[in-house]
Ligand binder design. Structure first.
Ligand code: ZN
Length: 221
């Protein structure tokens, strides 16, 4: 199924899907569980729009390249361009919505790339590597510093975090990204994953939530 940005009520969002800018190691507990140092400067990487798929109806994962790990993350949709050094106010004004997303990672492939000091594309950019359900309008949330993110697999809660636990909170991290390169309407920011990452397998039943704001069910085909 091809992907198109939309809100929870089914309204289509008119700007096209752009790039997906991801933040690595933005929760201290997650950095520790993978034995990674806590970065002194935010770690960024980009997933191309081509890897984004909707959650509804289920999604496929690669089965021939080692372990595929789930990373549940708060996704931020931008509705206005941001560049150079946007103010906090400009960033808040540019945020259109929030959704619970999955940043899927070929963990064995990534471990080899890391070992060699190579870029992560082969582990992070495969077709289907970003699973994105519809967005809740930004106006629903009082503050982006208190948004929950929860992933349940086969009735067991695997990840349960909150944006309050981020090393780099949502508004400042978007200011930081835009200071380095332009963000456009339709771009998505994946704000990092809390602790609890692990492998996904065909047949897994998922519940992906921003608790109190949105809840989606999906399945690995
Ligand atoms: Zn991630």
């Amino acid at each position: 199924m091809s992907y198109q940005h939309q809100y929870l009520d089914g309204t289509r969002i008119h700007f096209p899907l752009g790039k997906v800018v991801c933040i690595g190691r933005n929760y201290a507990e997650h950095a520790r569980e993978l034995d990674n140092p806590i970065p002194t400067e935010p770690l960024l990487f980009i997933k191309p729009g081509s890897c984004v798929v909707p959650l509804t109806g289920g999604f496929k994962i690669p089965v021939d390249r080692g372990a595929v790990h789930y990373e549940a993350e708060i996704a931020v949709l931008l509705g206005k361009p941001l560049s150079t050094h946007p103010t906090e106010e400009e960033v808040r004004d540019a945020i259109s919505g929030f959704a619970p997303a999955l940043d899927l990672t070929l963990r064995d492939v990534q471990a080899k790339l890391k070992e060699k000091g190579l870029p992560w594309e082969l582990s992070k950019c495969f077709d289907g590597a970003c699973v994105l359900p519809p967005f809740v309008s930004a106006g629903f949330f009082e503050e982006p510093t208190d948004i929950g993110i929860r992933l349940t697999i086969n009735d067991e809660v695997r990840q349960d975090g909150n944006s309050a636990m981020m090393l780099n909170p949502i508004v400042p991290i978007i200011q930081h990204i835009a200071a380095h390169f332009t963000l456009q309407p339709g771009d998505v920011i994946l704000t990092g994953t809390p602790a609890g990452v692990g492998p996904l397998n065909p047949g897994d039943e998922l519940v992906l939530e921003l608790p109190g704001a949105s809840r989606f069910e999906g399945r690995v085909l």
